[in-house]
Design a protein around this ligand. Structure first.
Ligand code: FAD
Length: 461
């Protein structure tokens, strides 16, 4: 058999998406020789990763990549507006030193990250699809590189002591490290609205619609992204007009008046896109020679726009753990494993807070006609209306600025208790037993929502 050409690097990164570009840059800036392999270098056109929270902006700064949000027509985001019926409340990014977040076209941001990564001296880029991971001939648990195909050549090999796999939400290599099941609670259907008049400019908008939430955020001078959550995995047909009907009959009437004209125009335009909203608890990276990062290893509902923030902070932490100072030789697998295992717990302060918040908030906001969960939703809205730390701490968690799962749990149960209190205050007096029952069931529901999420986060593997 003819010998295949080989190349040697310190680190191979699979996937030049959000996390892959950041990882390639971080390791290259630390003096490592990096090969960044991406199957398609054209500007992607996706409905994901369009709002970067302040915590994500901060992580980009730590990576020296803050300029990647410049020159892409990004829109400053100063917080959220939550709208429930005819009531609304602003939740400004008010936690400590929070700077604004920003929103943009995903494709433009990706191209900016790629340009940055490509400009690093130590990064070699390559268009190819990674087909398999190569393992050591004496120990098939240890990854030593990848096999990839380009448009013209098949089964090319590249070797490195460390392979970082960041191949996204439909990861091919996830199961090499993370065998937990991916669950999909709902689907986001995306639309682009032209010149939409948002009630609170420079804010993400969350409409607590029935049966589940609708999001709006401006992603360019003239474009606003709408993400309509549809519970479950089945969505109305895109071809027989059922989707348009759903949008016009179910969603449209629940939207603020100022949004309705551009929303209707976008629906008439019929350019719907959809993505599953997945949940995947992270697994500890215990495969020598390989680290699984980004959506490949950990996903949460995108309601709170936390995925990129978690991904960037994972890179910040991994870069530190595997710096040349801490691990001079990446071929020292024992040392690399010791450091990489620390990542699993170090990242929890942020990732657990973001993951639990996103999934718990989704459960509340998608209450549908479940009256017990509706008590929690009303409690949440009322809690925000109290202001002060009832806003600054939850928004600090959501924005990725406050890395504290314990604060999250505390505020979650405070919301539940406040919802129970509001329920008990409802008249008339003779319905008190019913209100008591409803309040009690809301507390049970709160536990049913949050405890499995906490459990998913505290697993060792
Ligand atoms: C509907 C939706 C909306 C979202 N909105 C937000 C938001 O507003 N804010 C936020 O922070 N997060 C959001 N997220 C989450 C966010 O998009 C992800 O967390 C983030 O994109 C993950 O980055 P990644 O690098 O892991 O994957 P990706 O960015 O998807 O990158 C994976 C890359 O790997 C490449 N690749 C895949 N397989 C191979 C292969 N075999 N060989 C070579 N290359 C390969 C792909 O082409 C791609 O470029 C959203 C998610 C969804 C589903």
């Amino acid at each position: 058999m003819p010998s295949l050409p080989t190349v040697e690097f310190d680190v191979i990164v699979v996937g030049a998406g959000i996390v892959g570009c950041a990882a390639a840059t971080a390791f290259a800036n630390d003096g490592r020789k990096v090969l960044l392999i991406e199957r398609d270098w054209k500007e992607p056109d996706r409905i994901v990763g369009e709002l970067l929270q302040p915590g994500g902006v901060k992580a980009l700064e730590q990576l020296g990549m803050q300029d990647c949000v410049k020159g892409i027509d990004a829109i400053t985001c100063n917080g959220y507006r939550v709208i429930q019926g005819d009531k609304s409340i602003d939740l400004p990014y008010s936690y400590e030193d929070a700077k604004p977040g920003c929103a943009f076209h995903h494709g433009k941001f990706i191209m900016s990250l790629r340009t940055h990564a490509e400009s690093c001296d130590n990064v070699t880029t390559l268009e190819g699809t990674v087909g398999s991971l190569l393992t050591d001939s004496e120990d098939d648990n240890t990854v030593v590189g990848v096999s990839y195909s380009t448009k013209t050549e098949k089964a090319k090999l590249a070797y490195a002591p460390l392979t970082i796999v960041a191949d996204g939400c439909f990861s091919k290599f996830r199961k090499e490290v993370n065998k937990k099941p991916v669950s999909v609670k709902s689907t986001f259907v995306g639309l682009i609205l032209e010149d939409c008049k948002l009630p609170s400019p420079n804010h993400g908008h969350v409409i607590l619609a029935q049966p589940s939430p609708v999001l709006f955020y401006q992603i360019g001078t003239h474009e606003t992204r709408a993400l309509i959550d549809i519970p479950g995995t089945k969505i109305p047909s895109l071809t027989n007009g059922a989707m348009q009907e759903y949008m016009l009959n179910t969603v449209y009437p629940q939207l603020p008046e100022s949004i309705q004209p551009s929303f209707k125009a976008a629906v008439d335009n019929n350019k719907f896109r959809s993505m599953p909203n997945s949940f995947l608890p992270a697994a500890s990276n215990d495969r020598p020679g390989m680290v699984l990062l980004g959506d490949a290893n950990n996903m949460r509902h995108p309601l709170t726009g936390g995925g990129m923030t978690v991904g960037f902070w994972d890179v910040v932490r991994l870069k530190q753990l595997l710096s040349r100072e801490n691990v001079p030789d990446l071929a020292d697998h024992a040392m690399v494993m010791t450091q990489v295992k620390k990542l699993h717990w170090q990242r929890k302060q942020l990732s657990s807070a973001v993951n639990i918040l996103a999934n718990a908030l989704y459960a509340l906001f998608a209450a549908g006609d479940d009256l017990n969960t509706k008590v929690l939703q009303d409690g949440c809205f009322g809690y925000f209306e109290l202001g002060g730390i009832c806003v600054s701490t939850p928004i600090g968690l959501l924005s990725g600025m406050l890395h504290s799962p314990s604060s999250l749990i505390l505020h979650f149960f405070a919301v539940a208790l406040y919802g129970m209190y509001l329920q008990m205050c409802k008249g008339p007096f003779y319905l008190l037993p019913l209100h008591f029952y409803r309040a009690f069931m809301a507390l049970v529901n709160a536990c049913v929502i949050v405890f499995p999420l906490i459990f998913a986060e505290i697993q060792f593997r």
